[in-house]
Design a protein around this ligand. Structure first.
Ligand code: HEM
Length: 312
């Protein structure tokens, strides 16, 4: 019961922190000029809700971690147990700072929602805070196992892993919305703008995928160590499942980049129905990529509660 609660709290926190980082980073690479007003307002509103979700899921994870450390569900809401974890453990120190950062992020998101000028100029504060909130997860969990230089390498690679995961998974959300609504009138984004946004997203995607593979291999080096334990341990088998999901995401991403995006360019300007059909197909692929990405986060939520495979 505690384990299931901890896995769900970890999953919800990964969902919220990756979405917050990707959604706040998106306008910085997707739009050459100002972000369309309607999209900016939609994004500001979602950033606030997701920042609140990051705080609430983070507090849930703290409570379940405390119950997991004390071994009894009744300690979930026991202030003394939670205080002991917060005050006397390295996890508690890092997590307290993260929750304070989450509160600050809610404040900045609320201010962004109120400010009329938010769409006109790039906002660096939100992506910066969201990136630290996501990357600081590397300060907890399995990346903390090693001491000295191996520890520094593992935490650094895990930080890169988390940021790449956030940029990709969090960036798919606004991309799906644009593909869903740009043929309507309110977004003020034309087919040429969408083509440019898709190409810039692909550019970010190349960097994210290369970073995920490189840092993922480093993580695997420290936490798996050999092919036989990858194949013959529950930890290794769940990681293989994660890699299969990742493979599915890559297949969709390559099909989007080299088949669907080019096919949208060949549609005649007067063939609006055909453009709508092809845009919907690309939107569904993007939603498929998103769903597989969230299943990757579910696999990671389980892996983080298990004994790493290395040495088994
Ligand atoms: C879409 C692709 C991927 C996403 C979204 C993703 C996401 C993540 C996340 C969020 C973590 C948890 C980090 C933490 O909390 O400290 C993680 C850990 C990990 N990832 Fe990935 N990852 C991806 C691809 C990969 C690849 C390609 C590999 C291997 C080559 C890999 C290997 C690992 C390992 C070994 C861990 C450590 C798990 C643990 O905490 O025990 N990942 N990944």
């Amino acid at each position: 019961m505690i384990e299931a609660g901890l896995i769900i709290a970890r999953f919800l926190h990964y969902l919220a922190t990756t979405a917050l980082a990707g959604l706040s980073l998106f306008p910085l690479y997707a739009f050459a000029g100002a972000e369309p007003e309607v999209l900016s307002r939609w994004r500001q509103r979602w950033l606030l809700w997701i920042a609140v979700a990051a705080l609430l899921s983070g507090l849930c994870r703290l409570a379940f971690t405390a119950a997991n450390m004390s071994g009894s569900m009744s300690d979930l809401a026991d202030a003394e147990t939670v205080w002991a974890v917060v005050h006397d453990t390295g996890f508690g120190h890092v997590w307290t700072l993260r929750m304070l950062l989450a509160v600050l992020t809610i404040g900045v998101a609320a201010r962004g929602l109120r400010s009329k000028a938010a769409a006109a100029r790039p906002n660096w504060m939100m992506p910066f805070l969201a990136a630290i909130l996501l990357a600081s997860l590397a300060g907890t969990g399995h990346a903390q196992i090693e001491e000295g230089w191996p520890g520094v390498i593992h935490v650094t690679s895990n930080t890169a892993h988390l940021l790449a995961a956030g940029a990709w998974l969090g960036g798919l959300i606004p991309l799906a919305l644009i593909l869903h609504r740009y043929l309507g009138t309110d977004l003020n984004v034309g087919p040429k703008d969408v083509d440019r946004i898709l190409m810039r997203f692909s550019g970010m995607g190349y960097v994210a995928v290369a970073t995920l593979i490189g840092s993922g291999l480093v993580n695997s080096w420290f936490l798996v160590g050999s092919l036989s334990v990858l194949l013959n341990t529950p930890y290794g088998q769940i990681l293989l499942g994660k890699l299969a999901l990742f493979g599915g995401m890559l297949v969709l991403a390559v099909a989007n980049r080299f088949w669907l995006v080019p096919s949208m360019r060949t549609v005649q300007p007067d063939a609006a129905d055909e453009l709508a059909v092809r845009s919907a197909r690309l939107r569904n692929h993007v939603l498929g990529e998103q769903f597989l990405g969230w299943m990757v986060l579910l696999a990671v939520s389980i892996l983080g509660t298990m004994q790493p495979a290395v040495g088994q």
